[in-house]
Design a protein around this ligand. Structure first.
Ligand SMILES: [Fe+2]
Ligand SMILES: [Fe+2]
Length: 200
């Protein structure tokens, strides 16, 4: 079974199969969107480190991920340059914005951490699933290999965010909150039309 299998990732809804077809049509657009997703993943880790600087395990676990996500951005940018594509402009990530809308606001910062970690885990899991689709369905072999590397890496990040949640919160609480986030994500995906120019 692949590391990005939905049953491993825990995702409740598979991506609409039309998405990878659409994505292959707009390679230039998807690379632009992907490049900015990697930047956002790096900055998200930095902001968690800044906000929860008293949490040693978190700081130690996320510091190398910042480097890794920035490395991912550089890999995507190198691929774009090879193809003569400009970086393009950052796009609105409707999927992530809708997830953030569901983040509980009026709870103490310490409890917010659980949701912040699970949102990161969710985005990693969904990105990983989409990279798997690209690694299987894109026509060009070098691109399939390119996306396979991202799939493996983001699967590891998904695991890391779940492990961090378990490090700071009781397992039963993490499990329940994770199930709720999976349900929320399913509702959000049903609201969105699959777009071949967006990672999410
Ligand atoms: Fe990444
Ligand atoms: Fe990641």
């Amino acid at each position: 079974m692949s590391t990005a299998d939905n049953s491993i990732l825990g995702l409740k809804m598979p991506t609409d199969p039309r998405w990878a077809d659409l994505a292959s049509i707009s390679l230039k657009e998807i690379l632009t969107d992907h490049a900015f997703c990697e930047q956002k993943a790096a900055t998200q880790c930095i902001s968690l480190i800044q906000r929860y600087s008293d949490k040693e395990e978190l700081v130690s676990a996320l510091s190398p991920i910042v480097t890794e996500e920035w490395g991912h951005f550089r890999m995507v940018w190198a691929e774009m340059k090879k193809r003569g594509f400009p970086l393009g402009r950052q796009r609105k990530d409707e999927y992530v914005n809708l997830l953030l809308l569901h983040e509980p606001k009026s709870i103490p910062d310490d409890q917010k951490l659980l949701h912040k970690l699970l949102i990161c885990a969710l985005i990693e899991a969904r990105s990983c699933e989409r990279f798997r689709l690209l690694s299987e369905q894109l026509e060009e072999e070098s691109l399939r290999n390119f996306y396979h590397k991202f799939m493996v890496s983001e699967a590891g990040h998904y695991r890391l965010f779940i492990d961090l949640a378990n490090c700071y919160f009781p397992a039963a609480l993490v499990r329940d909150a994770w199930q709720q986030w999976l349900d929320t994500e399913t509702k959000i995906l049903l609201q969105l039309t699959p777009r071949g120019d967006r990672m999410h």
